[in-house]
Design a protein around this ligand. Sequence first.
Ligand SMILES: C[C@H]1O[C@H](OP(=O)(O)OP(=O)(O)OC[C@H]2O[C@@H](n3cnc4c(=O)[nH]c(N)nc43)[C@H](O)[C@@H]2O)[C@@H](O)[C@@H](O)C1=O
Length: 412
Amino acid sequence: MNWNEKNILITGANGFVGSYLAKELLEKGSDVYGFIRPEDMVAMEKNLIDKGIKDKLKMLEGDLGDISSLASALDQSQPDVIFHLAAQSSVEFSFKRPLDTQDINTIGTANLLEAVRIKDVDAKIVFAGSSEVYGMVISSEEQYQRALDSGKTIFPEPEKIPELPISESNPLRPMSPYAVSKVSGDFLMQNYHHSYGLDTVVSRAFNHEGAGRGMMFVTSIITNQIMKLKHQETDRITIGNLNACRDWSHVTDIIQGYQVLASKGRGGEVYNQGSMRTNSVLSYILLGLERAGWDINRIETLKGDEQTKTINNPTEIDDDPIFGVKFDKTRVDQMILENQLEYTIQDKGIRVTTDQGPLTIEFNPDRFRPSEIPLLLCDNQKIQKIGARIEYSLSDVIQDQLDYFNQKENRV
Ligand SMILES: C[C@H]1O[C@H](OP(=O)(O)OP(=O)(O)OC[C@H]2O[C@@H](n3cnc4c(=O)[nH]c(N)nc43)[C@H](O)[C@@H]2O)[C@@H](O)[C@@H](O)C1=O
């Protein structure tokens, strides 16, 4: 698509992803309108200031809960493309505020679609869905049995094990109020295509990170603390569940994918967006420490008894295929993925032996979730076929966040 002089409406243009996308489209010559909640105008303007687009973006005040403000935004922007990114995007927060999450994400998405339908706006609509919709993905017979033994329902039943990498036809087993809200948005988009002919496309993006990522997400929590350690502003890293494995991309790759979907995504279809890698939260910490200058020799659990888990050279990398996919993973990733290693709250934390002495990673029980997706690994072949690419390695993603928090004014 030639973006020059196109009218683009981005809901949540002042958010982490929205501001990256807005900047890029402004550079390509689009007229970019941002649909922004009045209360977020000041609270989130740092994203726009950091990217130098505060005065270039055309701000439209409104609320997804107020359909008349959406209708008015459509009148003013006359969009060729709508990127619907605005959302309550924290899984953790959604457990505390499930109704607000449904209001903003489910009802808000329904309001946008209704406004487009009633106003008969002829725009391509790209929706920020989420890999969270896949939820409980079965990675091994052992994990399946453990889930059953712990009383979890697994519906639909797996047709094959492992269900990895995750393609668009994987079963949806959402595990949080946030995930349910994204299933709703995803199906609303599909339904407005089938029922009313709207040109909707769903992106199911896996985790995407980078400089400016919100402080409630784990990669910012980690890299902020690493830089505080580096600058002697703290003496430990505090964290929740670090067994979780996520498919982490750089936000820049994902916003390229959004543009590919706007140009070439088929109406009514869903497309995964991810890197086809999966790495643990623990690896994110250890690789981050290494990039920040520590050489890591060994890790062991803080609880020092006969159950102490000791792993030498935990960041040693291999790229042997796992689940039929070849990607870089650390020794601890390998062990977690093969069910040979799991940290529990009882372990209390991890002592990291480095060339510069010991470091402490402490578990905070309050950061563990009521239910947790153990593993996400994207099959991105469908979107790659229409031209999307992953350019950034995991190390690039981590480095970008470390550079951001190396600046004192960004540390929290
Ligand atoms: C694709 C999906 O991606 C994101 O959802 P998320 O995966 O929940 O992201 P997160 O960074 O909050 O957690 C990642 C993992 O990290 C674990 N974890 C450990 N310790 C802490 C901790 O202290 N804080 C947090 N937040 N997580 C922690 C946590 O338990 C989880 O396993 C959103 O963009 C969402 O909008 C979206 O669509």
